[in-house]
Design a protein around this ligand. Structure first.
Ligand SMILES: Nc1ncnc2c1ncn2[C@@H]1O[C@H](COP(=O)(O)OP(=O)(O)OP(=O)(O)O)[C@@H](O)[C@H]1O
Length: 310
């Protein structure tokens, strides 16, 4: 069953295009990674699900959650979706948690709003903390955000995201602000908890390998478009789009120790500056004349003229 469906989602902010015809189906229980360089539209795509777009955004196409057109939800429907069905985990936990209130206040707030009594809300909050590997949960509930490390606080945010039993978690670079060891722990917890609960996940990251470790499928974005969608387990063998191949070649792990790191040549395009044809044409080592002029259609798993003839 499809839980989340993007159908030719197009977004412009103050008349400047940021997403173009993003089309993707996410099955219930599936984890999909959204990868791509900075500015490719990953955040805008997941924010569209919650209708959290910047002021002045215009939206074309549709986003459906459990069959309902998110753009057509009334205020009550939107509130319900945001508070119960869909949870977001952002890059910086300190931007999300109120710095002057306790961790317990933060965790119990939604439950209390939904009518859960204080002691039951506290019990569930403590249990949620334990589930994400935070020990001494009752003491943590009394603490304020500045008393916790970034990694611990991100676990608190994940516990909060899981607390209402959402069907979908949108995680927008949830570990970018953390050090490497903590990143691995936090990602492992998020992945384990969502697997245990069967929660659907959209996971944004710059890191292809991380996406492959956490997700079932990977959607690669460039300049506001999805250029390739592929199974995570076959990332290396199945990647065919020149942009995905270039990203794989520019990973630190792709070069021998001591060898110079490779980057994707050229300057990243945005949806605004992309050429009328293939969005990657300016940087693609294989581009032909038609690539610059004619937009490739998404055939099979990628949008690339060079693959259409194969
Ligand atoms: N508040 C905003 N107002 C106007 N344009 C914006 C706003 N936020 C992002 N954009 C533009 O939308 C495009 C897509 O941005 P988005 O944040 O979705 O990219 P991203 O792939 O998530 O990048 P990053 O990895 O840096 O977070 C970019 O061109 C960006 O400049």
């Amino acid at each position: 069953m499809t839980l989340l469906q993007f159908d030719r989602l197009t977004v412009a902010v103050s008349g400047r295009p940021v997403l173009r015809r993003v089309t993707l189906d996410v099955a219930a229980g599936e984890a999909v990674g959204l990868v791509g360089e900075s500015g490719s539209g990953k955040s805008m795509t997941v924010r569209s699900v919650m209708r959290l777009l910047p002021a002045g955004a215009t939206v074309g196409g549709t986003v459906r959650f459990d069959g309902a057109d998110v753009g057509a939800l009334d205020a009550a429907g939107l509130r319900r979706m945001r508070s119960r069905d869909v949870a977001m985990v952002f890059q910086d936990p300190r931007a999300v948690v109120n710095p002057v209130r306790t961790v317990g206040d933060f965790l119990t707030e939604v439950l209390r709003d939904q009518g859960t009594g204080r002691s039951e809300a506290t019990r569930r909050a403590a249990a949620a903390l334990s589930e994400v590997g935070v020990g001494d949960a009752m003491r943590r509930l009394q603490q304020r955000p500045y008393e916790l490390s970034g990694g611990l606080l991100q676990r608190v945010v994940i516990a909060a995201a899981l607390l209402t039993g959402p069907r979908l978690i949108l995680a927008d670079e949830p570990t970018t602000a953390l050090d490497t060891t903590t990143q691995e722990e936090v990602v492992a917890i998020l992945a384990e908890q969502r697997r245990l609960r069967g929660t659907t996940l959209m996971f944004i990251t710059h890191d292809l390998e991380l996406a492959a470790a956490v997700c079932d499928r990977i959607a690669v974005m460039y300049a506001g478009e999805i250029v390739e969608i592929l199974p995570a387990a076959r990332l290396h063998s199945d990647a065919r789009h020149p942009y995905t191949r270039a990203l794989l070649g520019s990973r630190p792990g792709a070069v021998a120790p001591g060898e110079r790191l490779r980057t994707v040549p050229g300057v990243p395009q945005s949806a605004l500056t992309a050429p009328p044809g293939c969005v990657f044409a300016d940087r693609c080592p294989h581009a032909e004349a038609r690539c610059r002029d004619v937009r490739p259609v998404f055939t099979g798993s990628a949008a690339c003229h060079l693959l259409e003839v194969l």
